[in-house]
Design a protein around this ligand. Structure first.
Ligand code: COA
Length: 161
């Protein structure tokens, strides 16, 4: 697996992956799913954000982005987002992306990393983040309208870097 910086030329391959995950309505709040152009500006954020893609045999299978969680006096805490192609889940792509992003954020001088909205039913994501040292530091009751389960909790997760 190769993890490298994303470019604008990757978008044609990346958007269908992001759209499939967002359409499912299980992990991301956007609804309806943003158009390709809208999503491109939401996902391919400019520096200081870092946006990467994971490739297997030259094919894009996932993406991650990280940057400041807050501007100015809150900008030393990073946040990040991850998406892996649904047919590639459970093969280590998410772990590789997360390890890469944590390393990048530490090297970039961030003091910690915060995930703002981890859906409580996302057991795979929660297990992955906890195995990487993130802890749930707060829970917003029934803050996510899950496509299958209805209103479920959203966790805020954090780890020091
Ligand atoms: C969450 C996500 C990024 C994880 O990526 P992935 O490639 O499927 O995860 P991996 O194969 O690297 O699995 C890593 C760990 O997650 C856990 N995991 C993955 N799927 C799981 C499942 N269905 N149930 C329980 N644990 C699971 C395991 O602890 C696994 O540990 P291991 O490396 O010791 O086997 C991916 O499933 C995804 O894109 N989901 C939809 C979008 C999303 O949830 N993004 C994150 C929002 S907070």
């Amino acid at each position: 697996m190769d993890i490298r910086a994303a470019t604008s030329a990757d978008w044609a391959d990346l958007y269908p992956i992001i759209k499939a995950v967002v359409d499912a309505g299980e992990t991301y709040v956007w609804s309806p799913t943003p158009t390709s152009d809208e999503m491109k500006s939401l996902w391919l954020e400019p520096a200081p954000w870092q946006v990467v893609v994971a490739e297997v045999d030259g094919r894009i299978v996932g993406s991650a982005k990280a940057g400041p969680n807050r501007p100015g006096r809150g900008s030393h805490i990073a946040t990040a987002s991850f998406i892996v192609s649904p047919e590639q889940h459970g093969r280590g792509v998410g772990r590789a992306l997360a390890e890469y992003i944590v390393r990048w954020a530490r090297d970039a001088g961030y003091h910690g990393m915060q995930f703002n909205a981890v859906v409580a039913t996302n057991t795979g994501g929660l297990a992955l983040w906890e195995s990487l040292g993130f802890a749930v530091i707060g829970t917003v009751p029934q803050a996510f309208d899950h496509s299958a389960h209805g209103l479920v909790d959203l966790h805020i997760m954090h780890r020091n870097l």
